[in-house]
Ligand binder design. Structure first.
Ligand SMILES: NC(=O)C1=CN([C@@H]2O[C@H](COP(=O)(O)OP(=O)(O)OC[C@H]3O[C@@H](n4cnc5c(N)ncnc54)[C@H](OP(=O)(O)O)[C@@H]3O)[C@@H](O)[C@H]2O)C=CC1
Ligand SMILES: CC(=O)N[C@@H](CCC(=O)OP(=O)(O)O)C(=O)O
Length: 359
């Protein structure tokens, strides 16, 4: 299958631009439309993604209202949360499969308020009445047919799906780091897992914000969303719960003065320290094309412009409770957003999962 038409909503944003580059260089996809409202009518030159053969391509933005949704076999929505779910519904009703990059459709984010707003979306996205009455919590599999698109954890559901909720960038790094422990039953009930993570500023999108000005960010480093209140906690809690872990998660994001990349350090008390801790991750991700389990501590330079999670694990010395530290690095725009969205789209369209993706 070649020349499969795909559309991109929010194509002028950071994630949308990355999607334009990946789609333009993809061997089997072709761009049906790319939307931007403030920059409607503008033509931009999109370079080929690093690590993927291809030439620069010109992309002309159309207004979101003018997007020919029905022309696309699959639509990526890289719109801000709040706006995205409604456009995902429209794209799906127009006949397209959908990968929604926002938090709107992720587990733990579907609220009764959002579901009420979406109204007709219920049947289109196969949510049952149980989902509509749900308060802020993860819908069960019976309530929602929208898989959480953390591909390595949910591959078969993604392959069969019409609509996929692409994960947040921090959860991609942290959940890939923690999932093998949850699956191996090594997380004690009630244990406290601490995840500290730092992200480059493209994680915040490209809408103007005073706290993201060069002068505010450069040469500095700070936490934000502190007090365990960040928007990504619900999807991480829901996913850990679905993997059988009953733990407390404390997550603190930090803003790093680089353009792209996330490094997450997860400190995890375990029921018993495995003799060869790294083997747990090597076994869990054997054969995974986009997970690199390595001996050395991963850095942002290792993963920038690549659709991978690179991780390692070390036992923590000098503490009474057996404890591991898992270090995971990703590119927030690639495995954390556009790359993983294309990985999911490849599966949904019956293509090779790795097609068009920089490793
Ligand atoms: N940046 C990242 O690392 C990650 C982002 N995401 C998610 O991906 C999505 C896109 O993120 P990002 O690219 O960073 O965001 P940006 O703010 O950089 O881009 C947002 C895009 O949406 C358009 N847009 C904004 N508001 C509306 C609206 N009300 N209706 C229609 N179009 C609108 C913007 O264009 P215009 O203003 O011209 O309309 C722009 O094209 C978000 O949901 C984000 O949460 C997920 C994981 C990681
Ligand atoms: C540095 C920065 O601000 N990062 C963003 C996360 C980006 C992301 O993953 O976004 P969504 O969950 O919105 O899709 C934040 O902390 O809100």
């Amino acid at each position: 299958m070649n020349n499969i038409p795909v559309g991109i909503l929010g194509a002028s944003g950071y994630a949308g631009r990355e999607l334009c580059a990946l789609v333009a260089a993809h061997p089997q996809l072709t761009l049906a439309f790319a939307t931007a409202d403030r920059r409607r009518g503008e033509t931009v030159r999109v370079p080929a993604p690093l690590g993927v053969a291809g030439r620069p391509t010109d992309v002309t933005f159309v207004a979101t209202d003018d997007a020919p949704l029905g022309d696309a076999a699959l639509v990526f929505s890289a719109l801000p949360h709040g706006a995205s779910a409604e456009w995902s519904r429209r794209a799906h009703e127009a006949g397209a499969k959908v990968v929604d990059l926002s938090s709107d459709l992720r587990p733990g984010h579907l609220t009764s308020e959002l579901l009420a707003t979406l109204g007709a979306r219920r049947s289109a996205l196969a949510l049952t009445s149980a989902g509509v009455s749900a308060e802020r919590r993860a819908p069960t599999d019976e309530e929602s047919s929208i898989p959480y698109g953390l591909t390595e954890l949910n591959r078969e559901a993604v392959r069969a799906a019409e609509v996929v909720a692409n994960p947040g960038c921090y959860p991609t790094a942290i959940l890939v780091a923690l999932a093998p422990l949850a699956r191996a039953g090594l997380l004690a009930t009630g244990a406290t897992v601490v995840a500290d993570a730092a992200s480059g500023v493209t994680g915040a999108g490209n809408s103007p914000r005073e706290d993201l000005l060069f002068g505010e960010v450069t040469g500095s480093f700070r936490a934000y969303g502190a007090g365990n209140v960040h928007r990504h906690l619900p999807e991480m809690r829901a996913t850990l719960g679905a993997l059988g872990a009953d733990v407390d998660l404390i997550f603190t994001p930090h803003l790093l003065p680089v353009a792209r990349g996330i490094l997450a350090t997860c400190t995890v008390p375990v029921t018993a320290a495995p003799a060869d801790a790294l083997a747990v991750w090597r076994d869990a991700y054997a054969g995974e094309p986009f997970v690199e389990v390595v001996d050395a501590l991963p850095s942002l330079a290792d993963v920038q412009h690549r659709n991978v999670v690179r991780l390692t694990v070390l036992p923590v010395k000098g503490v009474r409770t057996p404890t591991l530290q898992v270090f995971a690095a990703i590119d927030n725009l690639m495995k954390g957003a556009a790359g993983q969205a294309v990985q999911n789209a490849n599966l949904m369209l019956g293509l090779d999962e790795t097609a068009g993706l920089p490793r």
